[in-house]
Design a protein around this ligand. Structure first.
Ligand SMILES: *Cc1c(COP(=O)(O)O)cnc(C)c1O
Length: 472
């Protein structure tokens, strides 16, 4: 056990390791190459009886753990969506863990509650949500969406479902392109997955509001009660942006809760040129986006906004004797704004990042990523046989191999699957895929905090030579 008095003496071994890691990250294969069970077998069956030195632990970190790490901060991590960090957010996590506060209510650390309140205002105004919205930090967009669905369920049942259970006739609507967390949330909150209606999409894979209204009317006719609709700004597959204004109009007409999932693309609202994405935001009841994806704040930090915080609190408030305090009512007790009682001090890393970067610094990074994506998509389409599957958007390009003359989709899909395997197997890049109307396509996201043009040039070369290797 290291005493606090020996903190500084021992810190070098950790700080030096982190410093080395951050500055040599490109030397590792982006995606971990270990086989299933490989790390597990290297970890002893039992904990040590006697204390081990920090040096030994750090040595095993390097030798046992690191090979099993997929390097999310590697500049050539282009898979999924990023979960990027920054030096500022790493420092903030140091401080957060040193303070080690459990921030369930205002009394358990007033600064945590009040910094959170202020950070939510800073971000709300920076992304141009209306001033009436109140925000709270959740661990993930999945949790935020669950919170939205539970609130919607309570509102739809006149605040009886927490008490009496959920009636079987509530319905939730989203497009077939929405994130799996919606389906999970509808199941977990008791509405039932069979009551989740997937509405059709247009050419650009955006929810078609006409089909939404038809579906809602048909359901009412059959005795269902429309409860909520979920719109997405930036779907996971293709970054489609649902028409918020039109969906909001329908939600108002049929008294449905309107939740918007902007988990990834929400960060782009910091840029004035992307604010068209939230046209109609005044018709939205709740909104989530993840600073832990593209806003340089390490996982986890998801921000959830509601138009009427009283409805949220009514759905989640519990008040056992030991949590009754004098300050209640005059301050925010955030344990009433979500599922868990205990809460981390996540506002601190937002504070470090927003101040350390400044809004202009974040804008600069986002525009750099978007510019690199433009460059990437221009270059990649020049490679023989490669086509763009959709118009590039933000820092995101979807492409696939489609040699001229090949028509069979099964064959094309297998070819693209092989291309992805070839690219990822080389260890220099990590990409993932999606299917667009059945066509296997490769997704390229350029969102690592410190990514530069040379990393994108490397990616273009790797993809080009992998495509050549498939010898089409
Ligand atoms: C990533 C993502 C989510 C899930 O986010 P978590 O914070 O991991 O729960 C939900 N919706 C969309 C559109 C996403 O891109």
């Amino acid at each position: 056990m290291i005493a606090p008095g020996d903190f500084k003496k021992n810190s070098d071994v950790v700080i030096d390791w982190i410093d080395h890691y951050l500055n040599h990250i490109t030397e590792f294969p982006v995606k971990s190459q270990v086989m299933p069970g490989e790390v597990y077998r290297k970890i002893p069956e039992r904990p040590p009886r006697d204390p081990e030195s920090l040096e030994r632990i750090m040595k095993d970190l390097h030798e046992v753990i690191l090979p099993g790490i997929t390097h999310w901060q590697h500049p050539n991590f282009h898979a999924y969506f990023p979960a990027n960090n920054s030096v500022e957010s790493i420092f903030a996590e140091f401080v957060t863990s040193a303070i080690g506060a459990q921030c369930m209510i205002w009394d358990t650390s007033p600064a945590a509650a009040e910094l959170e309140e202020r950070m939510m205002e800073w971000l709300r105004d920076a992304i141009h949500l209306p001033p009436g919205f109140d925000g709270v930090i959740q661990d993930s967009a999945s949790s935020a969406t669950l919170v939205a669905l539970i609130t919607a369920r309570e509102v739809a049942t006149g605040f009886r479902s927490n008490e009496e259970g959920v009636p079987g006739n509530l319905r939730v609507y989203c497009s077939g392109e929405t994130h799996s967390s919606i389906e999970k949330g509808v199941g977990v909150c008791g509405i039932g997955k069979k009551n989740l209606v997937k509405v059709g999409v247009d050419e650009q894979l955006r929810m078609d509001p006409r089909l939404l209204e038809e579906q809602v009317m048909a359901d009412i006719h059959k005795g269902f009660q429309p409860c909520a609709a979920v719109g997405t700004i930036g779907t996971t597959g293709t970054l489609a942006v649902d028409p918020i204004d039109a969906i909001g109009e329908i939600c108002k007409k049929y008294h449905m809760w309107f939740h918007v999932d902007a988990a990834y693309a929400g960060t782009a609202l910091l840029l004035p040129e992307y604010r068209w994405m939230i046209e109609g935001i005044e018709k939205v009841d709740s909104f989530v986006f993840n600073p832990h994806k593209w806003m340089f704040t390490n996982f986890d930090c998801s921000v959830y906004y509601v138009k009427n915080a009283d409805l949220l609190i009514s759905a989640f408030e519990v008040l056992p004797e030991y949590l009754k305090t004098k300050s209640r009512g005059s301050v925010n007790d955030y344990r009433d704004w979500g599922v868990p009682l205990g809460r981390r001090f996540r506002a601190l890393k937002l504070w470090f990042v927003l101040r350390g970067f400044g809004i202009s610094g974040i804008e600069e990074r986002l525009r750099t990523h978007i510019g690199l994506n433009r460059y990437f998509s221009d270059e990649i389409r020049k490679i023989p046989g490669i086509i763009l599957a959709m118009e590039p958007f933000l820092n995101f390009t979807i492409f696939r191999l489609h040699p001229s003359g090949v028509k069979d989709q099964e064959l094309l899909n297998r070819l693209n699957e092989k291309l992805l395997e070839e690219i990822n197997g080389r260890g220099k890049l990590f990409l993932t895929h999606t299917k667009i109307r059945g066509a296997y396509s490769l997704r390229m996201v350029i969102g690592q905090t410190y990514v530069e043009q040379r990393h994108i040039d490397l990616a273009i070369n790797e993809i080009s030579s992998a495509a050549e290797n498939l010898a089409i």
